[in-house]
Structure formats: C-alpha cells, structure tokens
Design a protein around this ligand. Structure first.
Ligand code: UGA
Length: 445
C-alpha cells in the first residue's frame, strides 16, 4: 500500500519504518530540511534500539523515502498519517497548531480519495477539527475529493519502540465509516498475526482511549510513589509491599515500581491535557490532578532525602555529587521531563556541584544545560566518583545494576548512596559501610 507520514519524530519515524519493513511503500515528510537530508544519508536523529539498521535497509531498498515536499507526499499516499508533535500549551492543553497545519496542507494538495489518519496523541474532537480544516481548504479551491479521518493512536514505548510497533498488543482504529476501517485493517494486516488485535470503534472513543491508557499507567506509578512515601514514614519497605500486591492479577506486576517520578514526552503531557479536557467539559479531574501533583512532589524526593541526610539543604553547599543516569528512563537519550533535571537544578540551587554520566543522554544534557562550572561530564560511571561525596542513581540503566560497593565506599567522601530507582538491596550497600537511601524503604531511615 502507498503510505505517507507527516512528521519524522518518534512516532512518525518508527511507524513509517515498520510499515516499510512489512512491504508498504512509505514516504515520510518533514518540514525540517536538515533532518530529512540526514535521514536520506542514514543519520537517525533519535536513539532507539534496532531502528537505525531498519531505516537504512528499507531506505536502500526504496520502500522508505524522506522528503520536505508535502505535495509529493500527499500525491503518494492512499493513506496519509499525521504524526507531528502536540506539545503542551501554556495552560496544559495540547497545542494542535502542527496537526492543523498539516491538515490544511493536505486539503490544499489532495487529488484523490484518501484516508487521513491521526496518529499524534490528540484531544477528543481533534479528528473533527482535522476534517473541517481539510474540507475548508478543498472548498477554497473548489475541489471535490472524498476523504476520511481516522483516529489510530500509538502505544509504543520509547526504548522499545520498534519492538512495540512490530508486535503491538492492540491496534485501535477509530473510524466513523466502514470503508476507512477496512483500509486500515488491510494496512496493519501484517502485524495482526496469531490472534486478532484490532479494536475498531468510533473516532472519539479512540481519541479518549489513548489518554485513558497513559493516565491509567501514570496513576499506577503515582499510587506506588504515595505508598512508598507512607512506607518510608511507617518503617515498611515498599519493595516488599510491591511483591505482596503484584501477584494479584487484578493489580499486576507492571508499572508498580516506585521511583523518582515519571517523565518523558507522554505521561506528564497527557495527564495534564486530559485534565484540561475534563475541565473544559465540566468534569472536575480530581484523580488526574492528584496523579500529577504526586509526581511533581516525587521528582523532588531524592533531593529531600539528601537534605535530610545532611541535616538541611544548607549543608549541601560545596558538596560534589556523582549522578548516574540522566535520561527519563533507560534505553533512550530523551531528557524530556526527566527527574534528573529537577535533581540537578535543586543541587545547583543549594550550591552543590555534580559529576554526571548517562550511557546515551550526555549530548542531550550538554544541549540543555551547556557548559557550567558546577557540571562535570564524565566518561563513565566510575569517573563520576572521583572527588564526589555521594552518589545519586536516577535512571536504572543495566550497567548500574551491580557496582563495586567497596569501591564506592573507598571513593565517596561521605559514603552515601541515594538510589532513586531501588536498584540495590539496602543490606548489600550497607554491608560495604555505605549509608543507603532508596524510595520507600522505611528501614533505611
Ligand atoms: C508511555 C507509555 O508506556 C506507552 O504505552 C505510550 O505509547 C507512550 O507513553 C506514548 O504515549 O507515546 P514512554 O513515555 O516511552 O511510554 O515510557 P514508559 O516506559 O511508559 O515510562 C514512563 C515513565 O514512567 C518513566 O520515567 C519511567 O521511569 C516511569 N515509570 C514506569 C515508573 O516510575 N515506574 C514504573 O513502574 C514504570
């Protein structure tokens, strides 16, 4: 099938590549000429396991092309995806300017019946706006071309995006007509093996499904972080509590890991946007507001543990801290809304210095914070320890799993570890003579 995709960000690039991988003829369109040129030369702008070789192979075989030429892209696609960004507006609602700009471009250039697919995470009602924008442009040029607008939300996770896209657990298709739904079913047929993954519904329900999924996951995390804070105060260990509840299939093992708060480009933005949608429609989003508030507080928790350990924030002045992990989660270089950003800022505000390492996010950290005297970029985890007083672990990269605690004890001036992802057993760390603070591990108080 001939497919066009507007936007070569995470969702657009991964979707386009996976559709090409199963044999579709894909053209990706982006307004960023440098990015398009890079992609045509095998430069992949994001770090995503498995993506680079797949882009290169499909590009070499001519099934995956990149262009800035919107008219060409629209002429190519019998299915045209909109996968551009929906950043948060100042008030937290999703900013639809990029989505609607693409819709207008489609309207200006549409020549034959086409299925337009909203892949970006967009508030309920956006498909109607997209439809209206396309129709207005068609009317303006006196053209009569039939088209459908379908909502097809994306559920891929950063760091596992290719895998999620190739083996989706469900394919949600929100369509108001049978023809468009059938077309998407044909497009996705190669991904629908062994059992039926299609969930076909109306457009508005599909739009809401995406937000409901992310908000539910964010709720699980904030819930566990709140339990962790209680555990910390009552002298319980949240890791035991987690194991004690996860075996109940109604609760499940996934997304009940307490930590330094959730980040990334999705949960924070989507929880806020859904809350905004609720308000706009007269529903008070009590739970969503709480999920967000708990997370904001949680991002400050590591710093609070340190302030507590040292006997007040003022005592952090002049200290040097090693920081392991900067990305919002492992296997990505993405720093959007990362908990590390809050921690670094708090440490700097308190007059401390940091020595940082992340396996992938060093360039991104440099881009965000630039060069500064109180920020040292280190070549590896071990190098952060030189001259450091204490260690913070913020992202649970595999390579941080089994450090040499004796070496940490020998190197860290104040012999203390603040573990923001509960990577270590308190007893193991303490046996080496270090003080240990995790999240919700009351016994370490
Ligand atoms: C999330 C969803 O998991 C995807 O299903 C969805 O498609 C995507 O958003 C999206 O809307 O595009 P992603 O943001 O890539 O994916 O990352 P997650 O793996 O969900 O992690 C989000 C954050 O939650 C991370 O900061 C992670 O550290 C944190 N987290 C996750 C916890 O603190 N505890 C947990 O138990 C799980």
């Amino acid at each position: 099938m001939q497919v066009s995709i507007f936007g070569t960000g995470y969702v657009g690039l991964v979707t386009g590549t996976c559709l090409a991988e199963v044999g579709h003829d894909v053209v990706c369109i982006d307004v960023d000429a440098a990015k398009v040129e890079g992609l045509n030369n095998g430069v992949i702008p994001i770090y995503e396991p498995g993506l680079t070789p797949m882009v290169k192979a499909n590009h070499a075989e001519g099934r995956l092309r990149f262009t800035t030429d919107a008219a060409m892209g629209i002429a190519h696609g019998e299915v045209v995806f909109i996968a551009v960004g929906t950043p948060p507006d100042e008030d937290g609602s999703a900013d639809l300017q990029y989505v609607l700009a693409v819709a207008k471009t489609i309207g200006r250039n549409l020549q034959r019946p086409t299925v337009v697919v909203d892949k970006s995470t967009v508030p309920v009602g956006t498909a109607d706006k997209v439809r209206a924008a396309i129709a207005a442009e068609l009317a303006a040029r006196g053209a009569e071309v039939s088209f459908d607008v379908v909502s097809n939300p994306e559920f891929l996770k950063e760091g596992a995006a290719v895998e999620d896209c190739m083996r989706p657990d469900r394919i949600v298709i929100g369509a108001d007509g049978a023809h468009a739904a059938e077309k998407l079913k044909r497009l996705y047929a190669p991904f629908n093996r062994n059992h039926d993954r299609f969930v076909v519904m109306d457009v508005r329900s599909a739009e809401l499904t995406k937000y409901a999924a992310n908000a539910m996951l964010a709720t699980k995390i904030s819930f566990m972080n709140e339990i962790a804070n209680i555990a910390e105060q009552v002298g319980a260990d949240v890791e035991n509590v987690r194991k004690g509840i996860g075996s109940d299939p109604r609760i499940g093992w996934h997304f009940i890991y307490p930590g330094a708060g959730y980040g990334g480009s999705c949960f924070p933005k989507d929880v806020q946007a859904l809350a905004k949608t609720a308000q706009q429609h007269g529903v008070q989003p009590r739970l969503l507001d709480a999920v967000e508030a708990v997370n904001e507080a949680q991002k400050a928790h590591l710093f609070e543990l340190a302030a507590r350990h040292y006997g007040g924030e003022a005592k952090l002045r002049g200290k040097t801290f090693a920081v392991w992990g900067l990305a919002f989660k492992p296997n990505t270089d993405d720093m959007r809304e990362a908990s590390s950003r809050r921690l670094l800022q708090q440490l700097w505000d308190a007059g401390a210095k940091v020595r940082v390492y992340d396996p992938e996010a060093m360039d991104e950290t440099r881009r965000i914070f630039g060069e500064r005297d109180d920020l040292a970029f280190c070549d590896g985890a071990a190098a952060t320890l030189d001259g450091a007083d204490a260690l913070f672990v913020v992202t649970e990269w595999k390579q941080f799993r089994s450090p040499d605690f004796a070496r940490l004890k020998a190197t860290l001036g104040d012999a203390v570890v603040f573990d923001g992802r509960n990577m270590y057993e308190p007893a193991d760390v303490e046996a080496a003579g270090l003080a240990y603070y995790g999240i919700g591990r009351g016994r370490s108080l």
